[in-house]
Design a protein around this ligand. Structure first.
Ligand SMILES: CC[C@H](O)CC(=O)C(=O)O
Ligand SMILES: [Mn+2]
Length: 337
């Protein structure tokens, strides 16, 4: 029996940028896009880690403007679709129109898992522009599978082409992924995908479990570059799918070459599973809190694990990065008494 294929969306140039403080140069973007195009991935997502318009003081300033990296990426992509992520509020309708002008043909509208209504207009605009549009539910572990399925149905009613469950904290285990993907698949008639983080060392396993439960798309990054201890590595995932005889359309050896040559030299911190990343996954904290928490804890001379445990108790979500400072400061004052 022939197995159904899976589509790979590589987000090295978007989620991966969290791990290098948003310092991709136009040259890096071109090299990595050429590698992804030659390797045959379905789409390459490009932009600031927080999506288009994400280059801000709060989220970190990018080296290059969105317009420049998107234009550079478009010049290197032909069969691989140029994609962006848009978090409504950070990215605007005008940003989306400008991205389209640069050659972007796929937009993923990323919302907190209960807040799809804030993305309705952006989804409609993407469709009006003739783009492929996906809804991308962040921090999906924070609601039940049944609640998420309701959100998926609303996304489908907005006319999206496919829908993503993002395990933004790397908090899920294969059993949970399997249960959720099966339920989500039954809930909607559009393809679905998963975006995993490796904080508990489970990203490849979770992505394979998602495919086996019905997922049509998986997100990956070259060398596993990404927020927290990184995303699902593209190379290992394609190797695993090859062994399972699942068609990805990707050339494993070209991917390995691109990762080694153009991504490895940019890696500034180890992407291994650390005690801090385990706490991200264990307590369900947004992966992009990882590096800022380690840096802030050092500044206040407190244990990053304590800061993360407290942030986990407070159930912080994306956009609440200022809480890192609050918590580190409070813990440092407690140490003083
Ligand atoms: C701010 C966007 C965010 O980083 C999206 C994402 O990759 C995730 O939720 O994991
Ligand atoms: Mn992510």
């Amino acid at each position: 029996m022939t197995k159904r294929p899976v589509k790979i969306i590589d987000t090295t140039l978007r989620d991966g940028s969290h791990a290098i403080h948003y310092q991709y140069s136009v040259e890096d973007v071109k090299n990595i896009c050429k590698g992804l195009e030659e390797s045959g991935v379905y789409a390459a997502e490009v932009g600031h880690g927080a999506g288009i318009g994400g280059s801000t003081l709060q989220y970190g300033l990018a080296k290059e403007a969105d317009r420049d990296i998107l234009t550079a990426a478009a010049s290197c992509l032909k069969n691989t679709k140029l994609a962006v992520l848009l978090v409504p509020g950070l990215g605007t309708m005008d940003d989306l129109k400008a991205a389209y002008e640069c050659g972007v043909r796929l937009v993923r509208v990323a919302v907190h898992c209960t807040e799809l209504d804030v993305g309705m207009q952006h989804i409609k605009l993407g469709k009006e522009l003739g783009m492929e549009v996906a809804a991308f539910f962040m921090m999906s572990h924070m609601i039940s599978a049944e609640e998420l399925a309701e959100q998926f149905k609303i996304a489908e009613s907005y006319g999206v082409d496919f829908i993503y469950m993002a395990d933004s904290s790397g908090a899920m285990v294969p059993e949970e992924i399997t249960k959720r993907v099966k339920l989500l698949k039954e809930a909607v008639n559009v393809p679905i995908g998963v975006h995993c983080h490796n904080n508990l060392g489970l990203a490849v396993g979770n992505s394979l479990a998602a495919y086996e439960s019905g997922a049509d798309f998986v997100d990956t990054t070259l060398q596993g570059l990404g927020a927290g201890s990184g995303n699902t590595p593209t190379e290992a995932t394609v190797a695993a799918f090859n062994k399972m005889q699942v068609e990805t359309g990707c050339d494993l050896f070209k991917l390995m070459e691109a990762g080694e040559k153009y991504v490895r030299p940019l890696v500034q911190h180890s992407l291994e599973v650390t005690n801090e990343s385990i706490i991200l996954g264990y307590t369900g904290i947004y992966s992009s809190f990882y590096l800022p928490t380690i840096k802030t804890a050092k500044k206040f001379n407190v244990n990053p694990i304590d800061v993360l445990v407290e942030l986990g108790k407070r159930k912080v979500v994306g956009g609440q990065e200022d809480m890192i400072l609050d918590v580190a400061y409070e813990l440092s004052k407690r140490k003083d008494v």
